[in-house]
Design a protein around this ligand. Structure first.
Ligand code: IMP
Length: 522
């Protein structure tokens, strides 16, 4: 046994070893000896903590010109990202990419909603017509779970404001056939379009009103503030915003056929910040032509090209002007591409090889698909990715499209691959994004590359906004797990890795318990 004096020399004696414990990233990823690796196939060895978690910055590049405050991106899938998801991803420092399995007009409208979003303002208030009956108003109260509907002249969302109808107006009225116009409150306090959230909240406080209707110069409804939301309005210091307009950042996906040029024009008009060329095999003449055309036509629009899994694919797209790359083929949770196409690459190896190449050219990379837990995000970043794109991790949240349903006593939400038969059978041809993502223009027979299924909800206890909580917790966990300068420390071989055998993977998960509950949050 070593004496105390020997022990005190423990640190010096490390010098006698030729290399540090564990493997450098290039040793780990030497696929010639070990084959391709997934995130589960390796671990990061712990280092030394000599900084508080507050010293860790998660700021990262989405593209050459766009910086995010969190490395989190929601996938352009019709069960994951519409405006609601994109708003919340951006508020929390990431970004949402709106799917294109809808008409160009619908997609542009979703982008517009994100760009127009103002924290705390209800931008699409439910309204009622003055000619509706008290009975209908009561029904609406039941259906929406709240009362306080602005009354507009034509009964439409942005019509001329006539009054407001609240619980107090209808509570004691037994004559259900009376018209809303006969019982509504007309003595209104309104705010002018353009007022700030704090100005609006101040008016609510001083007037003691429950709702403040925001109107334009012609008295048309623009949005609404609610007293009940006063306490809920959080600050989002990390929100991803454009430096010039201060609007939330928003991305959208398109395909690579001619009609996508018209689609893009509408998206740009709606204020799009970044477009993702959505293809399972990005290295195609269709994508290269589209990429070059976009860079010529909209020089200030950032373009993320992909998907790629090899450095040859990456080189092709970088040379054609890509501002960012999306990496992954066959790793998605709903994906059967590797099975039916015999193409793809284990995601860890794909991320490492593409990033190692692309980062030399200053092109940020997004690790897309196969993120099953927070640890996988950290591993993707350690392998060189700047951001991680998620589908399944976000599909069960309140902000994803679709309704919850119950099956086998579990609360679920539908989640489907964009190459699933379900998604491809969406009837409107022009709206069919999945077809263009998974097939070349001339293919007439559709072969599924994805499945349709369901995910368990991610309802968490601390917040009314589930994505908020999910993303927030993810964020914090990434924060505490990262070394202060992960990328440079990996490059300098100071962050070390270990290959993880199949039995090591079993050991690293809960084992030998009769039963357990896996609670990830309080
Ligand atoms: P997840 O985060 O593991 O659920 O994977 C989401 C990713 O899977 C998406 O961002 C797409 O890259 C990919 N993907 C979406 N739909 C399909 C499909 O039908 N087949 C193959 N991959 C898909």
């Amino acid at each position: 046994m070593a004496s105390f004096n020997d022990c005190s020399r423990a640190l010096e004696s490390l010098n006698q070893y030729q290399t540090k414990d564990g493997l450098s990233v290039s040793e780990l990823m030497d696929s010639r000896t070990r084959g391709g690796l997934t995130y589960n196939d390796f671990l990061i060895l712990p280092g030394k903590i000599d900084f508080p978690s507050s010293a860790v910055k998660l700021e990262t590049k989405l593209t050459k010109k766009i910086t995010l405050n969190a490395p989190l991106v929601s996938s352009p899938m019709d069960t994951v990202t519409e405006s609601e998801m994109a708003i919340h991803m951006a508020l929390l420092g990431g970004i949402g990419i709106i799917h294109h399995n809808c008409s160009p007009e619908e997609q542009a409208e979703m982008v517009r909603k994100v760009k127009k979003f103002e924290n705390g303002f209800i931008n699409s208030p439910v309204v009622i017509s003055p000619n509706a009956t008290v009975f209908e108003a009561k029904q609406m109260r039941e259906r929406f779970g709240f009362s306080g509907f602005p009354v507009t002249e034509n009964g439409e969302q942005f019509g001329k404001v006539m009054g407001i109808i609240t619980s107090r107006d209808i509570q004691f009225i037994e004559e259900d056939s009376l018209l809303v116009s006969q019982v509504m409150t007309t003595d209104l306090v309104t705010g002018k379009q353009g007022i700030t959230l704090s100005e609006g909240n101040e008016i609510l406080k001083t007037t003691k009103k429950g709702k403040l209707l925001i109107v334009d110069d012609n008295g048309n409804l623009v949005s609404m503030l609610s007293r009940t939301d006063l306490m809920k309005n959080q600050n989002y210091p990390l929100a991803s915003k454009s430096a010039t307009t201060k609007q939330l950042l928003c991305g959208a996906a398109i395909g690579t056929i001619e009609a996508d040029k018209e689609r893009l024009a509408l998206l740009v008009e709606a204020g799009l910040d970044v477009v993702v060329l959505d293809s399972s095999q990005g290295n195609s003449v269709f994508q290269i032509n589209m990429l070059q055309w976009i860079k010529q036509t909209y020089p200030s629009l950032e373009v993320i090209a992909g998907n790629v899994v090899t450095r040859e694919q990456a080189a092709s797209l970088i040379a054609s002007g890509a501002d960012g790359l999306r990496i992954g083929m066959g790793s998605g949770s709903i994906c059967i591409t590797q099975e039916v196409m015999a193409c793809g690459r284990p995601q860890g190896t794909a991320v490492y090889n593409v990033c190692e190449f692309a980062n030399k050219y200053g092109v940020p990379c997004m690790a897309d698909g196969g993120i099953q837990n927070i640890g996988h995000i950290i591993k993707a970043l350690a392998l060189g990715a700047s951001t991680a794109m998620m589908g399944g991790m976000l599909a069960g949240t309140h902000e994803s499209p679709g309704e919850y349903f119950y099956q086998d006593g579990k609360r679920l939400k539908a989640y489907r691959g964009m190459g699933s038969i379900d998604a491809m059978q969406k009837t409107d041809k022009k709206a069919n994004a999945s077809t263009s993502r998974y097939f070349s223009e001339s293919d007439s027979v559709l072969v599924a590359q994805g499945v349709a299924g369901a995910v368990v909800d991610r309802v968490l206890s601390r917040s009314s906004s589930h994505t908020c909580t999910t993303v927030y917790n993810t964020h914090v966990k990434i924060l505490v797990s990262l070394t202060k300068s992960l990328r440079s420390e990996v490059d300098a071989s100071n962050v070390r890795f270990e290959f993880r055998s199949a039995s090591a993977q079993l050991e690293g998960n809960v084992h030998n318990l009769h039963s357990y509950e896996k609670r990830l949050h309080n």
